[in-house]
Write a protein that binds this ligand. Sequence first.
Ligand code: BGC
Length: 392
Amino acid sequence: MTMVRHRSAALVLLALAAQRACAARPAATRDHSPATGRVTRTPFGTLPDGQAVELLTLTNAHGIEVRAMTYGGIILSVRAPDRTGRLDDIVLGYDSLEGYVRKSPYFGAIVGRVGNRIARGRFTLDGRSYALATNNGPNHLHGGIVGFDKVVWAAQEFRSDSGVGVVFTHTSPDGDEGYPGTLRARVTYTLTDRDELVVDYHATTDRATPVNLTQHTYWNLAGDGRRDVLGHELMIAADSFTPVDSTLIPTGEIAPVAGTPFDFRELTPIGSRIDRRDDQQIAHGGGYDHNFVLDRRGAAGLAHAARVVEPTTGRTLDVYTTEPGVQFYSGNFLDGSITGKQGHVYQHRFGFALETQHFPDSPNHPNFPTTILHPGEEYRSRTVFAFAVTRP
Ligand code: BGC
């Protein structure tokens, strides 16, 4: 392999690991030509406590551009072409740092230490009870009051055979938001010339702790967050999902999607069943706010989790992941109170998230795949967001 440029031996190893993992991708998306993209780094502002925040801009050979900042590892924008080649920004967020600090429903952020909810912020591990910060009614959500979305990550940009990218690192201290152990987390964004944004997660700990990292980008493939996402067509490769109670905590049941508004096994408009209030699960979520159990068909490694098609622009998004689940959140809590980029007001369901993850409240459900990371183990997870267009 030819290294175009490298900054340290560690990054070379990382690129090698990324290449090895790429071998698991479907053959059609493999490509070994050197990346021709660019990565730049600029100041982006200062937090109220004086910490400096930087912006990393990744651009690939086809002009797709991803901007991410060190605060929360937040993806601020993704500019991707429609079927006429017109580039638009397909994610929600703010123009400046200030908006993210003032009020953000996790726009574009890295979520951790545990994404999604933990019932009443409580769990037992190795005979000890833990009480986490509660920040969502009675429950713990997305890592607590100051989760991984609200800390400044160290960043190292890189360019490798796989693409251009940035490695974010953060050490979460023992007791952070109530979690045990010091957790060293690393999240890598790679923008490839195959028009994919690859997100690699890695973590180690010095005491057993739950870990469930995810990415909380709100997508609107029509561009610029100007209208709702109800006309987007969605496929989720899931035969079942995890029903929730009225506080969005899983009941523990793994229920079939067949015959319910949760059946997205074929491309279906997001809006076609979203207001079926006679369905108790839709009522609990105020729409979709549920974890789908991905159909891995026995295969380990990356699996196709979801496909989204925006019929008016032709933009498509395919999501692949090594995770067992994906939370489909249809932006139900967006209510017009946020004015985002370029003055656009984000009304009800103007964006959706596909948060690849282990199941919510896993520490309290022994029948769910475990989220517990032990000392000496490595947490590794990969999600690929692939951008393309379709013709009518
Ligand atoms: C949750 C929603 C929540 C949103 C923003 C999603 O992951 O499932 O319930 O409102 O994040 O916080």
